[in-house]
Design a protein around this ligand. Structure first.
Ligand code: ATP
Ligand code: MG
Length: 358
């Protein structure tokens, strides 16, 4: 049985529905991210799960028990959940150890057990040596770990994290996301992790729910979201991609000014496709090559001219324009050794099964 279930969850402010019929189930011990642009409803969803906001429609259930509904909600402190807020706050007048132990004091855990559990969790987040320091004497990443330790030490059934790394620099973010995943593997707490950073979500999550304007567009593993996006929004939000509009006809895929074999589609074996319908295809910049000669299988290449280029260190980022039509610009990443000038006429070669129909 899934442990945490959102059922047609809605939140309306005035006339705007900021969370729109959300359905999501988390299994016991699963870590799922809510990923989406600013304002798409992530924090509102998390606050409804925690019980700080009542839904205007739908329910939040844990182990089959309704905790939130428009008819009434169990208060946050009786949900067995811990939440770290977007602007995480630890108490400046308490030491690291006092901050971490606070939730246990409130729960009237006996002093000896409190001390043992605080020491244990401080070891896990590698703050044992700093236990008597005050927050003002800690770096941002150390404060972040205090907030994490404080939320985990009470052994919540569900952990809710709202952009917990947003105040950190790039290096520390990367280190901390490894830390969060490690803590999750150790304690197996069912976790909802909110972020607008796709690489963070990819690194941390078992599954990611991609949100757009209050709705979930797709829930999948990081691998499936990247390789099998189902909507243009997901394809563009998870990594960079080119979206090509065309039609699927009996003799292949027809685009503006060029044509490609249908065998390039990742689902080309799928017989359910009817011919002559409009499609949008996603193809990643690194899934094509630029060559001086036509490919052996000529069908899989088209002639293009280079219209722009940027050197990114680990690759060249080229913009090319199909020679055969007014067409649309296509972004291609090439290894740094392939150096082409703007104005060169070359071949753009597509790879088998690297085109994804959305
Ligand atoms: N109390 C409120 N009254 C009216 N509108 C609100 C309220 N709280 C949030 N909103 C609106 O709801 C939408 C979703 O807000 P929310 O905070 O959930 O976004 P978010 O996805 O967490 O964004 P961010 O990444 O910027 O934190 C926004 O357009 C916001 O302006
Ligand atoms: Mg938010």
């Amino acid at each position: 049985m899934p442990q945490l279930t959102l059922n047609q969850l809605c939140k309306t402010y005035g006339k705007t529905r900021v969370v729109d019929k959300l359905d999501l189930s988390l299994a016991q011990g699963e870590l799922v991210s809510l990923l989406g642009p600013s304002g798409c409803g992530k924090t509102t969803t998390l606050r409804m799960i925690a019980g700080f906001i009542d839904p205007t429609g739908g329910t939040v259930e844990v182990d089959g028990k309704v905790l939130s509904s428009p008819q009434g909600s169990v208060p946050p402190e009786r949900r067995g959940m811990s939440m770290i807020f977007q602007s995480y706050a630890i108490w400046p007048n308490m030491t690291v150890a006092e901050n971490v132990g606070f939730g246990l004091t409130v729960r009237k855990v006996p002093a000896a057990e409190l001390k043992r559990r605080v020491t244990e969790i401080l070891d896990v987040v590698r703050l044992g040596a700093l236990r008597d320091r005050y927050p003002a004497e800690l770096s941002g990443g150390q404060q972040q770990r205090v907030a994490l330790a404080r939320s985990i030490v009470v052994r919540p059934d569900v952990l809710l994290l709202d952009e917990p790394l947003s105040n950190l620099d790039a290096n520390l973010r990367e280190e901390m996301r490894g830390e969060i995943r490690r803590l999750h593997d150790e304690f197996k707490i069912t976790t909802v992790y909110v972020t607008h950073d796709q690489s963070e979500a990819m690194a941390i999550s078992d599954r990611i729910a991609v949100m757009n304007s209050g709705r979930i567009e797709q829930v999948d593993s990081p691998w499936a979201l990247y390789n099998q996006p189902r909507t243009p929004f997901v394809a563009q939000f998870i990594g960079r991609t080119n979206l090509l509009s065309g039609t699927r006809a009996h003799n292949g895929l027809m685009f503006d000014g060029f044509q490609l074999p249908a065998s390039l589609l990742d689902d080309s074996d799928d017989a359910t496709y009817s011919n002559d319908h409009n499609i949008t295809v996603s193809v990643r910049p690194q899934d094509m090559q630029l060559c001086g000669q036509p490919p052996t299988n000529e069908d899989t290449g088209i002639e293009v001219s280079v219209t722009g280029r940027t050197y990114l260190g680990d690759c060249w980022d080229y913009t090319v324009m199909p020679a055969g039509g007014s067409g649309q610009a296509i972004k291609v990443n090439s290894n740094p050794a392939v150096v082409l000038e703007v104005g060169h006429r070359v071949w753009l070669v597509f790879n088998s099964r690297k085109l994804v129909a959305l």
